[in-house]
Design a protein around this ligand. Structure first.
Ligand SMILES: NC(=O)c1ccc[n+]([C@@H]2O[C@H](COP(=O)([O-])OP(=O)(O)OC[C@H]3O[C@@H](n4cnc5c(N)ncnc54)[C@H](OP(=O)(O)O)[C@@H]3O)[C@@H](O)[C@H]2O)c1
Length: 337
């Protein structure tokens, strides 16, 4: 079998395809034939050497993947041969708060999913919802689960809440789809008219152009009759002060990522006067994944895939994802055996 390895900080030039014997599942483990992967900003961070969590030497890349169980180890009862499963990016984080023992991560301190076969513990996967393809399921473990944790993990969203979502990357589109399923009114801030139209087609109630209007918090207040939004999903980081100014009193800013390349400063005055809670969102655990999958099924939500590459085109997929052109997820599909 083949796996793509890379060196933390080694850039895309360090991505190499290595051959291995197909591993055998141990007690309570599953051997999974991977059918698809998806890319996230974390993969680029690993390649740049800026990933905040430990990365093992010569790591097999990618946290995200989905496939079919082809063999089970002794005592495994939670899955059977033929099941379609997606991996949890933190295999040991099943529920509750993240602890040091549950922090090992696929494609980080553990080998990841960009491999033809992987061995996973039976409690570190979830069954793929029946309405999703394996390519669609491969988009869920990082971006969708984090969006779900942001929207439900601290202050569960309620019907009628106003939500502001920054950006139209993989995570933000999941946040939009899920927030609409909760019955929220969703405002999205994006960088172009073309993206604005696609966001409206996906259900965004209002769209703001954050490039044309860098002090967009005022516009968010206008759109909410002066009150501000109940929750913000902030993937950009440099925008935190605007996010706080756009939030209702005692509202919540979910600080999810630092996608913006602009200078990062936090407005202490804005934080104090808005009485906002800023919560740094740390991905999500298996319980989040299971709960989110129920919401995907009940609301017939399908991930938005921008483009699919073959396993052999993995380096090209990374380059395309890095270009920032994608609207939705970038997927790598393995050839059928
Ligand atoms: N905390 C966690 O556990 C966790 C988990 C997953 C991801 N993340 C982080 O979350 C961020 C988004 O992830 P992703 O997978 O969605 O990445 P992505 O697909 O690369 O999308 C990034 C998006 O950020 C938006 N953006 C950049 N600068 C912005 C600004 N100044 N204002 C508003 N939006 C801005 C862009 O939106 P437009 O194209 O619409 O302009 C872009 O599409 C990344 O930084 C990632 O590292 C964190």
């Amino acid at each position: 079998m083949k796996s793509y390895h890379a060196t933390a900080g080694g850039g895309l030039a360090s991505l190499v395809l290595r051959e291995h014997a197909i591993p055998e599942p141990g007690p309570r483990e599953l051997l999974v034939r991977v059918h698809a992967n998806s890319l996230n900003a974390r993969e680029l961070s690993v390649l740049r050497g800026t990933y905040p969590l430990p990365v093992k030497q010569d790591v097999v890349m990618c946290s995200d993947g989905a496939g079919v169980v082809v063999a089970i180890g002794t005592g495994a009862t939670h899955a059977k041969v033929g099941d379609r499963v997606a991996a949890c990016m933190f295999p040991r984080w099943r529920d509750g708060r993240i602890e040091l023992e549950s922090a090992p991560q696929l494609g980080g301190s553990l080998d990841g999913m960009l491999s033809e076969y992987v061995v996973l513990h039976e409690d570190s996967v979830v069954q793929v919802p029946a309405h999703l393809t394996l390519e669609e399921a491969a988009t869920l473990p990082c971006a969708a689960v984090t969006a779900w944790n942001a929207l439900t993990g601290a202050r569960p969203l309620q019907a009628g809440d106003d939500v502001l979502i920054l950006g139209s990357g993989g995570l933000s589109i999941f946040a939009l789809q899920l927030a609409k399923a909760f019955g929220a009114r969703v405002i999205v801030a994006t960088s172009s008219e073309a993206r604005a139209q696609r966001l409206q087609a996906l259900g965004a109630d209002e769209v703001i152009n954050y490039r044309a209007n860098p002090t967009w918090a005022g516009r968010v207040r206008e759109l909410t009759a002066g009150r501000g939004v109940d929750q913000v999903i902030d993937v950009a980081g440099a925008t935190l002060e605007q996010s706080m100014r756009a939030t209702a009193l005692d509202g919540l800013v979910n600080f999810v990522g630092r996608a913006s390349k602009e200078a990062r400063t936090v407005g202490i005055d804005a934080l104090f006067s808005s009485a906002t809670t800023v919560r740094v969102v740390f991905a999500g655990h298996r319980r989040h994944f299971l709960d989110m999958n129920r919401a995907l099924v009940a609301n017939a939500i399908r991930p938005v895939i921008d483009r699919t590459f073959s396993f052999e085109e993995s380096a090209e997929a990374f380059r395309y994802f890095e270009s920032g052109q994608a609207f939705g997820k970038v997927v790598i599909r393995h050839a059928a055996l």
